[in-house]
Design a binder for this molecule. Structure first.
Ligand SMILES: [Zn+2]
Length: 153
């Protein structure tokens, strides 16, 4: 199970995130409100868990996961699987919302991506699956695009 999980995680040049390359969450109501684009990992037949929650359980244990009602992405990359203070942290809905509304206004934040979080996550997931370098290229392209928009504003 752990090997199967690890096979779906990739690194991207220039990014400290660990990128999920497996299935990505769809359009349920709950997923829309939290932005969506989270990895989904089938850890047993018919049993699915949000991928970064699985990563958290691997690192800290199942009991710690049960206590951590919400995990937030400080790196604002919903695909990220790195459990660390700058990436996936134990959070609360209020804290998540606060960080999200601040980040959304930053021009080079992933949340400023015109594709929206779910489409962005799927596209980057596809690229990470094909070749992690493509993700690095896409991030650079986005930064350029948003930089250009900034000068227009
Ligand atoms: Zn990250």
């Amino acid at each position: 199970m752990l090997l199967r999980y690890r096979a779906k995680v990739a690194t991207v040049p220039g990014s400290e995130c660990l990128w999920w390359t497996g299935a990505v969450s769809g359009r349920s109501e709950r997923e829309r409100t939290d932005g969506g684009g989270h990895g989904r990992f089938w850890y047993a037949p018919g049993r699915v868990i949000i991928a970064h929650r699985f990563a958290f359980a691997v690192m800290h244990g199942v009991e710690a996961l049960a206590e951590a009602r919400l995990l937030g992405h400080r790196c604002h990359n919903p695909l990220c699987q790195r459990i660390s203070p700058d990436h996936v942290v134990v959070s609360s809905a209020a804290q998540n919302r606060r960080e999200w509304s601040v980040q959304r206004r930053l021009p080079d934040s992933p949340l400023a991506d015109p594709r929206g979080p779910r489409r962005r996550a799927r596209e980057l997931r596809d690229l990470a699956r094909e070749d992690p370098q493509l993700v690095a290229d896409d991030l650079a392209r986005l930064q350029e695009l948003l930089g250009e928009q900034l000068t227009l504003w």
